[in-house]
Design a protein around this ligand. Structure first.
Ligand code: GLC
Length: 464
């Protein structure tokens, strides 16, 4: 890789400048450090954003900031069983927190979404927290931290929130729109792939950091096996599957139904018929009753590779698709959050006319450099390092010149995002993690899983 060292040094300086201190100890990173933009809540430490910083620090051998983050956020977790609907539910981890000075003292003030634009609850925070805890243990060898009673309790409260008290009976997790990185209306309610892949990684992480004899392990294993089957079988799309869907019978009742979700062939979008390559495929964005979201979502697809949610063949298929649609998915700035954009009447109805999410901007198919780390991890996992190296070489010079924007706009990501913050921390951290992953494949062990979990045979029957 031809990456000038001064660009990497500058990225580290920017990341270090974003560190938040609490009682004279590093505890997190600001979401963005842009002097020219109103801070809103970008001066806080977001759980999902910090996960990328955490990986950058851990790969560099700096474990203290991650340990402090985990220990402090554990204390912020919503702890009590709530009957009051205005309080965060038991087990919820904060979307973000800030340090507040009260005279001589400092306090950490969490936000569970009650201050966020549109009051969105962060379903993903607890999942990222589990991923970070396992990555911290892998990097530091400090399993003792995870085995402390308060950590075990925190893990179980997150698991309870995900695994029990549900209305539906699928292995996937039911969520409201805008409950994760895409925290505005984008039609990602129900069973969005991005959340399911993160859920899967979180469950695999949890089972490694729970005490070995814990009863939760069997429950987690069972859910993992059903989840992997469900996603590999019902979300995967390639030309053969598209042909099957195209010829689906509908309104099938009872256990012999083939088209179990009653997907109507007429819902296959025109663009997909041209776009899907002969070689390769991907996991669809969402699947639920009468609904298949055919959009490509990057986070979920790349995460599926690194945690072995995707089979070997599917993993290669996803990388084949990315390679064959380089212009659409990577363009001038790796990489698209999703593809294609919602346009026209779809944009009006699905986003609620959201002016920040116009077509090919922001969450609506904007290009997000933070996704570079997932591209690097997926590429490393599948032996396709050349793809990620090419993307990183191209991106880093522009990002440095443009002062690390949050996102880019346009079909090929040439324009700095209309409302993008500069010095966006997870842009910087994403580049650093990608660089470290490509330079040293050993780092993959922090986020990757080598073996399919013992229970993950695709022969596990599903009950419907
Ligand atoms: C925006 C993004 C969200 C991110 C936050 C802080 O709200 O949509 O994913 O966590 O900014 O960077």
């Amino acid at each position: 890789m031809r990456i000038p060292q001064h660009l990497i040094d500058s990225a580290w300086e920017t990341l270090e400048a974003s560190i938040i201190q609490y009682n004279d100890r590093p505890v997190g990173t600001l979401a963005a450090n842009d002097p020219a933009a109103p801070p809103l809540n970008y001066d806080q430490c977001f759980t999902r954003d910090f996960a990328v910083s955490a990986l950058a620090f851990l790969m560099k051998g700096e474990v203290e900031i991650v340990r402090n983050f985990l220990t402090e956020t554990l204390r912020l977790q919503s702890y009590d069983k709530q009957l009051d609907c205005f309080q965060p539910g038991q087990g919820l981890m904060p979307a973000s927190f800030k340090v507040k000075c009260q005279g001589e003292n400092e306090d950490l003030i969490p936000d569970f979404g009650e201050h966020a634009i549109a009051r969105v609850a962060p379903v993903d925070s607890g999942l990222w927290w589990l991923l970070m805890l396992r990555a911290y243990v892998k990097a530091s060898g400090d399993m003792a931290l995870a085995h402390q009673p308060e950590f075990q309790n925190c893990i179980k409260l997150i698991l309870d929130l995900c695994l029990t008290s549900r209305f539906d009976m699928f292995p996937t997790m039911l969520v409201a729109d805008a409950s994760y990185m895409i925290d505005r209306r984008m039609g990602v309610y129900g069973y969005p792939l991005d959340i399911q892949a993160l859920f899967y990684i979180a469950l695999r992480s949890a089972r490694e950091v729970l005490l070995p004899e814990d009863d939760y392990i069997a429950v987690v294993d069972k859910r993992l096996s059903h989840l992997v089957y469900h996603l590999r079988y019902y979300y995967w799309l390639d030309m053969d599957i598209l042909n099957e869907i195209y010829h689906y019978k509908v309104e099938e009742y009872g256990p012999t139904a083939i088209n179990k979700f009653n997907i109507y062939p007429a819902s296959i979008p025109e663009w997909l018929k041209e776009w899907l390559p002969e070689k390769g495929g991907y996991f669809a964005g969402n699947r639920g009753p009468g609904r298949m979201d055919f959009r490509f979502f990057t986070q979920g697809n790349l995460m599926a590779i690194i945690c072995k949610l995707a089979s070997e063949e599917q993993s290669q298929g996803i990388m084949d698709l990315i390679a064959s649609h380089w212009d659409n998915l990577i363009g001038k700035m790796p990489m698209k959050l999703c593809f294609p954009a919602l346009e026209g009447r779809d944009w009006e109805i699905i986003t609620g006319c959201d002016a920040k999410n116009t077509s090919w901007s922001y969450h609506n198919a904007g290009n997000w450099p933070i996704l570079l780390w997932l591209l690097a991890a997926g590429a490393q996992k599948t032996g396709r390092v050349d793809l990620a190296e090419r993307a990183l070489e191209m991106a880093i010079k522009r990002l440095y010149k443009d002062q690390w924007p949050e996102y880019y706009d346009g079909r090929d990501g040439r324009l700095i995002g209309k409302e993008a913050r500069k010095f966006q921390t997870w842009t910087v951290a994403g580049v650093l993690v990608a660089h470290q992953l490509l330079n040293n494949p050993q780092h993959l062990r922090l986020v990757g899983f080598d073996e399919e979990s013992t229970m993950l045979s695709c022969s596990v029957p599903i009950p419907f």
